[in-house]
Design a protein around this ligand. Sequence first.
Ligand code: SDX
Length: 429
Amino acid sequence: MADKKAQLVIEGAAPVELPILTGTVGPDVIDVRGLGATGHFTFDPGFMATASCESKITYIDGDKGILLHRGYPIEQLAEKSDYLETCYLLLNGELPNAEQKAQFVSTVKNHTMVHEQLKSFFNGFRRDAHPMAVMCGVVGALSAFYHDSLDINNPQHREISAVRLVAKMPTLAAMVYKYSMGQPMMYPRNDLSYAENFLHMMFNTPCEIKPISPTLAKAMDRIFILHADHEQNASTSTVRLAGSSGANPFACIAAGIAALWGPAHGGANEAVLTMLDEIGDVSNIDKFIAKAKDKNDPFKLMGFGHRVYKNRDPRATVMKQTCDEVLRELGIKNDPQLELAMRLEEIALTDPYFIERSLYPNVDFYSGIILKAIGIPTSMFTVIFALARTVGWISHWKEMLSSPYKIGRPRQLYTGYEARDIVKLEDRK
Ligand code: SDX
């Protein structure tokens, strides 16, 4: 992988040769691991030009708007696969055959329940707590229940932890919602598919068990697929960093949930709906576009822009198609928020500010409109993102731990005081 070299010439020092590593596809990387010997570090706040690891899980071509999971385009997975198959692919590297799929689905089904005592954790939260605050707490609390499988150096423990997390996230997410509603929590059912089960636990009650709409279940499963993984984004990098210290998988996923919550990241789906409500009407779009362009205004067009995609996010394209399908099949005509979102996209994408900066709709721009049509409240949108992304997080965690790794410990450019002595309190001015 390293037959090319970069040469770094530092004034007053001998040139330094740095290997250039080449991947299967995508940009080459300059291996700077040897740079420390020169007494220099690289400086790259926000990791704008830094690869943190080698991975085989997901590839993004930001210029072409390509997203591959283990080589399969997201469009094909959304169209021809389902979420649990995508989970198997991300975790194991290959799509399952019929027997492997049946076995995986059955294993996941048999781990969907959570320990009965976990319910007590909810009572410490106010009913109006933000669902992501509760998710951070209860997912981290899972560490307290699985002492039989917290040895991260044991491949079997890593395997069972991955299955437990994929299986239990829908149950926990639905419990978070039911707690916020003051309704009884619903147990998972083994006769339902993964997405049907989630919608059952979300919207059914002990008093009435309604059949789950196949349209909504398919849309939910599609949304899970579109959010499953996205290489080294902020929350996945957080999970890898937490995992590099040897923290248990449940604590690492809780850290990922916390990082995802931010409106610049997974919190954007909730922020898009809030923004659309704030804009209210097509006549206000120009005002908000101006705010988004105003450097003195912190307002950004939520659901637009991406660190990697400098073309349309392929997930946004599939999300928009799903949005049209769901609204049509639900008989929702002229959904005002969808109309507003489409008009906003149209206007933004003709504006030089957005074109020059390659700011296109990302995965979060249309997802909220579908989630709302399914009946999920805005405050639960990022919980859905966390539910779906758990398989990506845990796949990266597994990949990192399956080969030699080092604890993540970045360095810094220090611009604070040099060493100085403390002055006695009575002598300070
Ligand atoms: C996700 O990393 C991932 O893969 C994330 C994700 C995943 O699946 O894990 O894809 C999920 O987090 C999608 C992104 C959701 N976030 C939002 O929709 C929030 C709005 N977007 C922005 O906050 C922003 O675009 C980011 C955070 C997504 C990307 O930020 P970058 O890469 O640091 O880019 P930047 O802030 O340096 O922006 C470059 C320029 C700046 O203007 P100039 O200084 O060059 O004049 O574009 C401007 C920014 O001000 N800009 C925007 C904008 N996004 C960037 N201006 C207005 N509205 C926006 N949305």
